[in-house]
Ligand binder design. Structure first.
Ligand code: NDP
Length: 237
């Protein structure tokens, strides 16, 4: 596979899980890939070594650092914003600073990264943000801040699609359901509950999400923008 030969790709949050699968997919298809990490330097260095990609430390909670990283990465053909965190707990008890940090990582960073990337992205450029089916459906208590952050991405994509369309740039949201990663291991305590909501009763694999991202980044998806792409075993159906 060499579908992204000559393309420059930046993945924000690529050291583990879905982000790492996205890095692997673009690298395998010949792209020049840079990815960011924050708390997992060893995983990042290992992945960079395995794939020939470049790992750079950038905390997505730091708006200015995210903007600087996008600038330093040069004109991008593809920006993928994957970094995201979840918070669990009674809304009345959660630390407001932790909620605000989640919003900085999950909402502020994607917005500012997308705008900064679009300044120098050539026509044909692609911006893909990893949202969640929880932007559409939140069937359990204790995750309102996460749900609000993923819903916010929907409005962002609809609006920025209008801004970027005339420049030949698309922006789309990929909305996974339960995916087997460190953040949501298939053998975790929520397995039975999550699978009870689903038509396909298993967690998805990071590679399945990476496949959807690759399609959205590729030549067949040039007419697809401002849209949500759910990959969830019918969790949200
Ligand atoms: P993981 O926790 O397994 O991995 C998260 C990745 O994001 C890591 O590479 C991590 O890097 C990076 N990251 C987290 N915080 C920051 C930060 N402040 N700055 C830079 N990088 C950061 O998560 P998943 O792979 O499961 O999730 C990836 C995305 O997919 C998230 O946006 C999540 O909301 C979304 N998603 C996941 C689902 C699931 O079931 N797994 C379902 C729906 C959506 P490091 O460790 O180096 O900090």
């Amino acid at each position: 596979m060499a579908g992204f030969q000559g393309k420059s790709v930046l993945v924000l949050g690529g050291s583990r899980g879905i982000g790492a699968a996205i890095v692997r997919r673009f690298a395998a298809e010949g792209a020049t890939v840079t990815f960011t990490y924050a708390g997992s330097p060893e995983a990042a260095e290992r992945l960079a070594g395995e794939t020939g990609s470049k790992a750079v430390v950038t905390d997505s909670a730091d708006r200015d650092a995210v903007i600087a990283r996008v600038q330093e990465s040069g004109p991008l053909d593809v920006l993928v914003v994957n970094a995201g965190i979840a918070l669990f707990g009674d809304a009345l008890e959660l630390d407001p600073d932790a909620v605000d940090r989640l919003i900085r990582i999950n909402v502020h960073a994607p917005y500012h990264a997308a705008v900064e990337a679009a300044r120098r992205m050539p026509a044909g450029g692609r911006i893909i943000v990893i949202g969640s089916v929880n932007g559409d459906r939140m069937p359990v208590p204790g995750m309102a801040s996460y749900a609000l952050s993923k819903s916010a991405l929907q409005g962002m994509a609809r609006g920025l699609a209008r801004d970027f369309g005339p420049r030949g740039i698309t922006i789309n949201i990929v909305q996974p359901g339960p995916i087997d990663t460190d953040a949501n291991p298939e053998d975790g305590p929520m397995k039975e509950l999550m699978h009870s909501f689903m038509a396909i009763k298993r967690h998805g694999r990071p590679e399945e999400v990476a496949g959807m991202v690759a399609w959205l980044a590729g030549p067949e998806a040039g007419f697809v923008t401002g849209a949500m792409h759910t990959i969830d075993g019918a969790f949200g159906a």
